[in-house]
Design a protein. Structure first.
Length: 224
C-alpha cells in the first residue's frame, strides 16, 4: 500500500499517513482480522523469486510447490539438456507460477500453460507479460491437455487433490478464499490425476536419447 518493505517501515515509523492511506490501511486490517490471506489483500505473491499477480480464480502459490520446479530442473540439468530448446506444458497453470519459474531458469525453453478458467489464464498472461516472458509463453483454455498437440519434452502440473469431503476441514484462509475448482479433487482426491495423466501421455515426446543411457534406469519426464 505504501510501497515500503520492512526496513522502509522502520525508517519511516514516524511518517504521517494521508487520509486515503489511513482508510485503506484500516480496510486491510479488517480484512486480515477476518481471515483473508495477506497475499489476497495485497493482490500478489512471490514464487521462485518472481512477483505474481493473483485473481479470485487462482490459488495463492505455495512455497511447497517450488519442489516441482526444483525436481524438474534437477532432472534436466542432470541429463545435460537444460540449455536446449525444450517445450514445456503446465497443466492447470493458474497464475502461471510453475511455468514462469521454469522459463526463468531455462532461457532457451518455450512453454504452454493451460487452464479451464478464462480469468486464471488472463492472470497468467499478465504475469508472463510483466516478467518479460510473453515471447516464450503461450496460454490455452482447456481441461488440462485436452486441446494441446505435442510433443512436449516436460509436462508439469499441480492439480487439485483435496478430497471433496475434506474441503470443509481446510483452514479458513484456504477454504474461504482459494477457488474451489483448484482444491476439490473429487471423492478420493484423484479425479484430476486420472484425467491429466491420460491426456498428458498423448502429448509427451517419445523418450529421447538423453533419457536413456547404459547402466542407468530410464527416467520418466512426466512430473506431477
Amino acid at each position: 500500500m505504501l510501497g515500503l518493505d520492512l526496513t522502509g517501515m522502520i525508517a519511516e515509523a514516524n511518517r504521517t499517513l494521508t487520509r486515503d492511506q489511513s482508510i485503506r490501511l484500516e480496510d486491510f486490517m479488517r480484512r486480515r482480522l477476518a481471515g483473508e490471506p495477506a497475499a489476497r489483500i495485497l493482490g500478489s505473491k512471490e514464487f521462485w523469486g518472481l512477483p505474481l499477480k493473483l485473481s479470485p480464480a487462482t490459488l495463492v502459490p505455495r512455497p511447497d510447490t517450488e519442489t516441482v520446479v526444483e525436481l524438474a530442473l534437477e532432472m534436466l540439468r542432470a541429463d545435460g539438456v537444460a540449455g536446449r530448446s525444450l517445450r514445456i506444458a503446465d497443466l492447470g497453470t493458474g497464475t502461471g507460477a510453475i511455468l514462469l519459474a521454469l522459463l526463468s531458469e531455462l532461457p532457451a525453453a518455450q512453454g504452454t500453460g493451460t487452464d479451464i478458467s478464462a480469468e486464471a489464464l488472463e492472470t497468467a498472461r499478465d504475469n508472463a507479460a510483466r516478467l518479460g516472458f510473453s515471447d516464450r509463453a503461450a496460454f490455452v483454455r482447456c481441461d488440462y491437455a485436452s486441446a494441446l498437440s505435442g510433443p512436449f519434452d516436460l509436462i508439469v502440473s499441480n492439480p487439485p487433490y483435496v478430497r471433496s469431503a475434506d474441503i470443509a476441514t481446510l483452514a479458513p484462509e484456504v477454504r474461504d478464499h482459494d477457488p474451489l475448482a483448484a482444491l476439490d479433487g473429487g471423492a478420493d482426491g484423484l479425479d484430476a490425476y486420472r484425467a491429466l495423466i491420460a491426456q498428458a501421455a498423448c502429448v509427451l515426446a517419445p523418450a529421447p536419447f538423453w533419457s536413456w543411457r547404459p547402466g542407468r534406469t530410464r527416467r520418466t519426464k512426466l512430473k506431477l
